[in-house]
Write a protein that binds this ligand. Sequence first.
Ligand code: GLN
Length: 541
Amino acid sequence: MTKFIFVTGGVVSSLGKGITAASLAAVLEARGLKVTMTKMDPYINVDPGTMSPFQHGEVFVTEDGAETDLDLGYYERFLRHSKMSKVNNFTSGRVYQTVLAKERRGDYLGGTVQVIPHITDEIKSRVKASGKGFDIAIIEIGGTVGDIESLPFMEAVRQLQVELGHDNAMLMHLTLLPYIKSASELKTKPTQHSVKELLSIGIQPDILVCRTEHDVDADTKRKIALFTNVPERAVVVCKDARSIYEIPRTFYEQNLDDLVCERFGFDVPEADLSDWDKVIEGLMSAEGEIVVAMVGKYVELPDAYKSVNEALLHAGIHNRTKVKIHYIDAEKLETQANLMDELKSCDAVLVPGGFGERGTVGKMMAIKYARENNKPYLGICLGMQLAVIEFARNVLGLSANSTEFDRKASEPIIGLITEWFDEKGELQIRSDDSDLGGTMRLGAQEAELVLGSKLAKIYGTRNITERHRHRYEMNNRYIESLEAAGMKISGYSARQHLVEAVEIDDHPWFVAVQYHPEFTSSPRGGHPLFNSFIKAAIDLK
Ligand code: GLN
């Protein structure tokens, strides 16, 4: 039977609930347990895929093509053996949509449809389904205790705890211990209040994780335990760490994994955290620094590029070099000369994924600079499409564009592919309707790399699987002229022969890919493409 750990947050948001939950998952996995994780988001949007990165940060894409909350990215980075899927993230909107569809179908036979039991039942069944086949499922509830939106989720968790029983379910609550400078004291009152809030809806936490900037003495811990009915050994301190990847060890040192295993009756070996120790060692022994210019549209909110940021950090660990990201606003780059100077002072250039025309001129200026000045360039998704357009315009002299920016482009080198021949030679037609989110090429797909390409060398294999999230593709009509001028196709999709990657022959490191390599980078091994990109930047510095 699957055991469940529910994770809630109190006092304030942004305490790093996802990272905390994932760190506990990592320690439990290091004891040989099969662990999965799920995020329940209380907002009404049905699909995180259509939410603005400005407000919500990156959209993380799973292997099976679900567009999810960025916390799932942390789950995959911390877990080695479990991949996330569409069952691992759902919103209030999705839950209501399911219940409303049932109501319309007449499934409730005209009965009154209510938050309790109908909404809570739907939540419970999704939670149970997400844990199937695992020893432990860690379920994170978005938002903060006391939010109106999260109440149905809290109630579902309360009911699940009763149904599953003491030996099969636990609740971990994350709080903040603020430091009051004038009193030189850590304050426990907000923690007490947030536990009271939980108690008022019938939930008693089993574990408290206290986020703090300072050490917590034994007296304070005793006080927290006493006022929250949580055993002292279950009051765990999570002080600001040098790196998030240190947190699994922090938990291990406070025996949090023992507490969980005892409660659930798991007789498993000690946690082997050597992988995590190596990550920290790599991070701390870094010598020198590489500055990567990240030219994008959402630069005010680095969370919008979370997985790319992490993948660069991982590549730094792998190469024992500190990687600093210098964000450059693509739109401002078009007009502000000082930003061009900043770009020039960086060691490498990266243009990440994006949607819409705004900022594309600036991004192409950055790409042109990298191409002409032998700076390592990594283009991701839109970053590939723009690399192709820039090359077609400035090297081939075509007035090339993407039909995303100009529906009537005279040279549509990037466009919606509505027809292709499948492996049997049959014509397939993809509909180009305007239902946002419906027409994307999404999730993991196989690609074949071209023999002798730089990319095949970088991966050390010709068959790769990478994740996609885009509507537009390169137009194969232009392959011949691009290749003749030095921009080579380095990979095609296995099924439809779509261009998956390009590279420039006489450039030390210019690679652009239609897929999103950042989603599969792990702190332990990095990702071959990012590792190679950073290595090139070091070698050319
Ligand atoms: N806007 C482009 C497309 O839809 C690129 C998408 C992306 O970069 N993720 O194809």
